[in-house]
Design a protein around this ligand. Structure first.
Ligand SMILES: [Zn+2]
Length: 278
């Protein structure tokens, strides 16, 4: 699933490529993609001839703000991709389920192999009240992601293993399975440790490495791992996979010991038992 660095990369590219353009046409190839109370027909009527004012990210959601006070939300879920380009470029992808034709003759298209992605249309001033947005925790790239706010957010959890807590979108928004393993490896914290048992020093290291790992991953345009699922809006792979130090690695980059894989709440966790002692 695309996580903060991948969704941030897509959002920045969308801003660069589509800001100021007008939506000329809409096409749906998969009915269930559109969620919420607005029908496909209403969706089309509402957004055709609107201008894209800008695109932002909230957690793993992409929000396209349109003229007339409307916003279009996209969540890529497991295998969603957004592509921007010419008709020929878009046609190369066999899993396109949604297309917007833009005023410069390019397309903004959604591809999704597994069909879990979703689109919502909402009034811009109501976006913050949507369940998906309202319940989001801290944004690690925002100015208010201070150590104090991070600690307060962690304290909302009475119990819970730190790896599992890092995945909870209402605590910190945007971290998924890849970066949770990477952050804890960098912070030298055992993923099985309960949040209430973390020392101040460990919390500080986790906080610092959330920022460090995610900022660096954005810089490298995200991670495309072995499944090759993640691609940016140009169909290019992210370059952070070569920087991964724990996730799906065999040897620890630091101590050369064996990386261990365990399953936590059905998801794989990778860590170094030597560097990340209990
Ligand atoms: Zn190690």
């Amino acid at each position: 699933m695309p996580e903060l660095p991948e969704v941030e990369t897509i959002t920045r590219q969308l801003n660069r490529k589509t800001k100021g353009l007008i939506i000329k046409d809409v096409w749906f190839g998969w009915v269930k993609l559109l969620r919420g109370r607005i029908s496909q027909q209403e969706f089309k009527k509402t957004i055709i001839n609107r201008t894209i004012l800008g695109v932002n990210r909230q957690g793993k959601n992409i929000i396209i703000n349109l003229s007339g006070g409307w916003s279009c939300l996209i969540h890529l879920k497991l295998t969603g991709r957004i592509l921007v380009g010419s008709e020929e470029f878009i046609k190369q992808d066999p899993y396109i389920h949604f297309k917007l034709k833009l005023s410069n003759q390019t397309y903004l298209a959604l591809s999704d192999l597994r069909k879990f992605a979703r689109i919502l249309l909402e009034k811009t001033d109501k976006v913050k009240d949507l369940k998906e947005i309202k319940e989001l925790g801290l944004n690690p790239l925002a100015k208010d992601f201070t150590f104090k706010n991070f600690e307060n957010s962690l304290n909302k959890k009475r119990r819970g293993k730190i790896k599992e807590v890092l995945l909870e979108q209402n605590i910190i928004a945007g971290i998924g399975n890849i970066y949770a393993s990477e952050i804890l490896w960098a912070a030298k914290v055992n993923p099985l440790k309960d949040v209430q048992e973390l020392t101040l020093l460990e919390k500080k290291r986790i906080y610092q490495n959330i920022k460090k790992v995610l900022i660096k991953a954005v810089e490298f345009k995200g991670s495309t791992v072995a499944d090759k699922m993640y691609q940016d809006t140009e169909g290019k792979f992210g370059n952070y996979a070569s920087k991964l130090r724990a996730y799906h690695q065999e040897k620890c980059f630091r101590c050369k010991g064996q990386i261990k894989r365990i399953v936590q709440k059905g998801r794989s966790t990778f860590y170094c038992p030597k560097c990340q002692k209990e």
